[in-house]
Design a protein around this ligand. Structure first.
Ligand code: C2E
Ligand code: MG
Ligand code: MG
Ligand code: MG
Length: 283
């Protein structure tokens, strides 16, 4: 009996594995198709200076259309892009598209905004990454100081020495570097001070619990004062309420991003949003 039960469990387990492998394969095929057929898009989420309430820039977030009207979440397809190696091609497209859009907005008379893209650790490990990025930004004629890359903390800390070298190359382009999802990875304080960073983005898991959880407040405060000490800008991500914004303002957090201001928007919708809010405080 026990044996039978075990076998049933085993079959359940393998069929679950098979199903997941099948899903991954189908997603990879969709991604491949999307890369070839202009099936990807970037959406843009505003980043706001808390003190002045002014827009500072946008974060570009990749979108892929699913079979129905719903997009497939990047949280689902980015890991597939990474394990299949497609992330290099995808990441290149993201950089080119972000630059193209930035240039287009300028030509449409939109004031210059900073633009941030997310970069996977696998892209960073490509030998020529910095060179390629420099080329893409140069081609588009964008001021590198307006351009920022976001790298997740956990990714960088896997091999710090290697990361320093790569980030130094990127820094030399004049591009800014932000550490994304900060507070969940394993950076030591000494690592942090040796990396050529410009910005820490407080992980959403803390920001979202600020109102109801003392520990999240304590961690948030610690990250903000750490950023101060290291002369880094600090951003609260995932802000959904005025209370959370007010708390971060009281703690002298520099910047804010979240649904309170806007969800990530298609390029045209963002331009519209920006024009509507031009010249006024966003909170
Ligand atoms: P991330 O870089 O930390 O991006 C922030 C995520 O939080 C975005 O999810 C954004 O839509 C969401 N968000 C922002 N404000 C709020 C809020 O107030 N409430 C809630 N609930 N969510 C909020 P998204 O677009 O689904 O992206 C998920 C992750 O996928 C990103 O996390 C990033 O790690 C990755 N990703 C997105 N685009 C790219 C890309 O072009 N390249 C790479 N390598 N990764 C990407
Ligand atoms: Mg990000
Ligand atoms: Mg983040
Ligand atoms: Mg994230």
């Amino acid at each position: 009996q026990a044996k039978q039960f075990g076998r049933a469990n085993y079959q359940l387990y393998t069929s679950d594995l098979c199903q997941r492998a099948e899903e991954a394969r189908s997603l990879e095929a969709k991604l491949r198709h999307a890369l070839k057929n202009q099936g990807l898009a970037l959406h843009y989420q505003p980043v706001i200076d808390i003190k002045s309430g002014r827009l500072i820039g946008v974060e570009a977030l990749v979108r892929m259309a699913g079979d129905d009207a719903e997009d497939i979440s990047p949280a689902t397809f980015i890991p597939i892009a990474e394990s299949s190696g497609l992330i290099v091609e995808l990441g290149e497209w993201v950089a080119i598209e972000a630059c193209r859009q930035h240039k287009l907005w300028r030509s449409q008379g939109l004031p210059p905004v900073k633009i941030a893209i997310n970069v996977s650790p696998l892209q960073l490990r490509q030998r020529a990454f910095a060179e390629r990025l420099g080329h893409i930004i140069g081609e588009a004629g964008i001021d590198p100081a307006c351009f920022e890359i976001e790298v997740t903390e956990s990714a960088l800390m896997e091999s710090v020495d290697e990361a320093i070298e790569i980030l130094e190359d990127i820094k030399c382009l004049g591009v800014r570097i932000a550490l994304d999802d900060f507070g969940t990875g394993h950076s030591s304080l000494s690592n942090l001070s040796t990396l050529p960073l410009d910005k820490l983005k407080i992980d959403q898991s803390f920001v979202r619990r600020i109102e109801r959880d003392q520990t999240s407040r304590v961690i948030t405060n610690a990250i903000i004062s750490l950023a101060r000490t290291l002369h880094l800008e600090v951003v609260g991500e995932g802000i959904e309420s005025n209370e959370t914004l007010r708390y971060l303002d009281d703690q002298a957090c520099d910047q804010a991003q979240g649904f309170l201001f806007s969800k990530p928007l298609p390029a045209d919708a963002f331009a519209h949003w920006y024009r509507q809010h031009a010249g006024q405080s966003l909170h």
